[in-house]
Write a new protein. Structure first.
Length: 583
């Protein structure tokens, strides 16, 4: 499927065409300096950033489902690429020449693109939901700290020998900066930060990144700046071809490529959905996978590095009034024009400015408040967020394993929660509803137990269900009827059905009758197929717990129903409305 066929005809409207051209140029003004900065973050030549910003934005827009998503180099993906390449170099797997490094970066894009394309074509995009939001927050917050501190060397103008751990290197840089500060670089870094912040505060619609890059380049050229600059940049358009690489390297590149694919996909989908919420557009995750996969394949064939959706550039694209994906095509054409004719203008761009651009772009990604918020919602979510955060920092630069561990912890904690769900004993609240007696301090009936199981009934919690129900019956020696409120049971498997049979047999052996209330149709159909409905009798299944209690009174010939704690104290006309209250 080619989504661009859906909006191509809209370009006949001159207002739409004008809006897309304006938005595309606005994005390109940010994309050019950012792409060079992210190439620097990945440890690659600046011109590869322009290659990654050339075709991928257009490819992603033509074949992705979002009309506003701006694809290209991004900080998070560039950091993972840098960590993977540095790890391979440290292990001696990458040859010392630059060609091997560039080929490895390009093949990471190819592997990530192939994975995304395969998952999208197989319509498996929903698998991305297994990576929970707290895990993503933890990883991105830690990665943002790593990204920011990785630029200290360029911001301070000092060079130190890299240590085994990232933060040992950071400490060496800080010590060197105090012992022998390079004042021209420090001054240029401060000037770049001040320009970025000042332009943004003065007018958010102005391209502060481009202005900072242009102003600092002019200052460096006029002043004879003594710090490091970008230097000569290879001009001309790249010709696509498959980079040559030692096949032995491919398995070593795969973990980094898969991490890039997953993080890039999460970024692209979350950004697309955020923008679509305001524009009313529908996002197809699988189609977005295909678009991002093709974009990365094109980046690899252009000898660039992996790409993904950018939040900042997507925001610029949307705010500039883009209507269709043609705005990204215009941005790609603008980058092509820079490669053809304008690369000499980038010669004096200080590398300190590129470092400042990177830091300014990622500082908002450190979201400690959101991790604390996740903890307040549920400690398990907070634990997963802080675990991923801590592992990412501790393992840097080899942090790819942090996300699988975070995902594994999230799934393990979820399974643990479902294995030990809550069983509430219900009684009548003064407002007429049946609520958890323990939570509300309610008196309970000695003869009738109304029990609500707050989870699906499956192999992981079937024995727990048996223990809870039989334990509740054992704690009520005068009990003669048990009502199991199944409103919280939304699924059941063979183990769950066997647990119900066991409970029925054990309770009947004690001459305790059993009824089921508020059982969902899918669960009822499962019990019917299993023969439990016939065993128990269809008359033991009730639409709600009140009906089951009334049946219990009749069955037991109860002479104290009017004094029973389960007796409703509201007029019958109000009882139905009261049942909808939370219990």
């Amino acid at each position: 499927m080619a989504p661009f066929l859906g909006w191509l005809g809209e370009l006949r409207d001159r207002r739409t065409l004008r809006a897309d051209v304006t938005a595309g140029i606005s994005v390109a003004l940010v994309l050019v300096p950012q792409s060079m900065a992210y190439a620097q973050l990945a440890g690659l030549p600046a011109h590869l950033g322009l290659y990654a910003a050339f075709l991928p934005p257009a490819i992603a827009a033509l074949f992705g489902s979002s009309r506003h998503l701006s694809t290209g180099p991004v900080a998070m993906v560039s950091l993972i690429a840098a960590a993977t390449l540095a790890n391979l170099s440290h292990r001696g797997l990458l040859p010392p020449d630059g060609a091997g490094l560039l080929a490895a970066a390009a093949w990471m894009a190819l592997l990530a693109g192939a994975f995304l394309l395969a998952v999208g074509a197989a319509r498996l995009g929903a698998l991305v939901n297994l990576i929970s939001h707290p895990v993503v927050i933890g990883f991105t917050s830690a990665a943002a700290l790593i990204i920011g501190t990785s630029q200290l060397s360029l911001l301070c103008g000092v060079q130190v020998e890299k240590a085994a751990h990232h933060y040992e290197t950071v400490w060496r840089i800080v010590c060197a900066a105090f012992e022998r500060p390079h004042w021209p670089t420090l001054a240029m870094s401060a000037f770049a930060f001040a320009t970025l912040a000042g332009v943004r505060r003065w007018n958010r619609r102005l391209p502060n990144v481009l202005i900072a890059a242009a102003v600092t380049s002019v200052v460096a050229w006029l002043s004879g700046y003594g710090g490091r600059i970008v230097g000569p940049i290879a001009g001309g358009l790249p010709s696509p071809h498959l980079p040559r690489i030692d096949p032995v390297l491919l398995p070593a590149l795969l973990p980094g490529a898969l991490t890039i694919a997953l993080i890039g996909l999460l970024e692209a989908v979350s950004i697309s959905k955020a923008v679509a919420a305001g524009s009313g557009q529908r996002i197809d995750i699988n189609q977005e996978l295909i678009g991002q996969g093709l974009a990365n394949l094109s980046a690899g064939l252009l000898r660039a590095f992996p790409v993904s959706g950018s939040f900042s550039r997507t925001a610029v694209n949307h705010a500039a009034g883009a209507v269709t994906g043609f705005s990204s095509v215009v941005a790609s054409l603008a980058v092509g024009a820079v490669l053809l004719w304008l690369t000499p203008l980038l010669h004096h761009l200080p590398q300190a400015t590129l470092a400042a651009i990177i830091v300014a772009a990622v500082v908002h990604l450190v979201r400690v408040r959101e991790m604390l918020h996740a903890w307040r919602i549920h400690p398990h979510d907070g634990f997963a967020a802080f675990l991923t955060f801590g592992l990412t920092l501790w393992l840097a630069p080899d942090f790819e394993i942090a996300i699988p561990i975070g995902v594994g912890a999230t799934l393990a904690l979820y399974i643990y929660r479902t294995m030990y769900p809550h069983l509430a004993r219900l009684s009548r609240h003064p407002d007429g509803t049946l609520r958890d007696a323990r939570n509300h301090g309610l008196e309970v009936c000695r003869h009738i137990l109304v029990l609500r199981f707050d989870a699906g009934l499956y192999f992981g919690n079937a024995h727990h269900f048996e223990d809870l129900v039989l334990g509740a019956a054992a704690d009520a020696p005068e009990a003669r009827f048990v009502v199991i409120d199944g409103g919280g049971i939304n699924r059941i498997d063979a183990s769950g059905e066997y647990a119900i049979r066991t409970v029925l047999a054990r309770l009947r052996a004690r001459h305790i009758d059993v009824g089921f209330a508020d059982i969902k149709k899918t669960v009822y159909d499962t019990l019917d197929r299993a023969g439990l409905v016939a065993l128990l009798g269809a008359g033991r299944f009730f639409p709600h717990a009140d009906a089951a209690v009334q049946h219990a009174w009749r069955t037991m010939g109860c002479d104290h129903a009017d004094r029973c704690p389960l007796r409703a104290h509201l007029p019958s006309s109000m009882e139905t409305a009261a049942r909808s209250s939370p219990s």
